[in-house]
Write a new protein. Structure first.
Length: 104
């Protein structure tokens, strides 16, 4: 039985693993789902609607920003959040290509 040579783009895989780590938390998934349903939403709406503390919400949003899953736009004193779907899709594609069997 021959061993198959695996080609891994470690940079893409590392970025994807960071994204997976960020969304692995149930509260961050809940926040992302809420942003997705609203396309773009300000931080006050997020924590008020989801009944979260402002500081907790900000901590989780900071993690999502650090991995590039959410975009921010300031409008006066409000910060609006939206999902970076390109970044999310790139991570999913990197994971799929890592899991693909050679020859498929």
């Amino acid at each position: 039985m021959r061993k198959t040579k695996v080609s891994i783009n470690s940079e893409r895989l590392h970025a994807s693993s960071e994204i997976l780590r960020a969304i692995a938390h149930p509260l961050r998934m809940k926040i992302l789902e809420f942003i997705d349903r609203n396309d773009e939403i300000n931080v006050n709406k997020i924590y008020n609607t989801l009944n979260l503390e402002q500081s907790i919400t900000s901590q989780h949003l900071r993690i999502l920003r650090q991995v590039g899953l959410v975009n921010t736009q300031r409008d006066g004193k409000y910060i609006h959040y939206s999902i970076d779907y390109d970044k999310l899709n790139n991570a999913v594609e990197a994971i799929h290509s890592f899991l693909e069997e050679p020859g498929n």
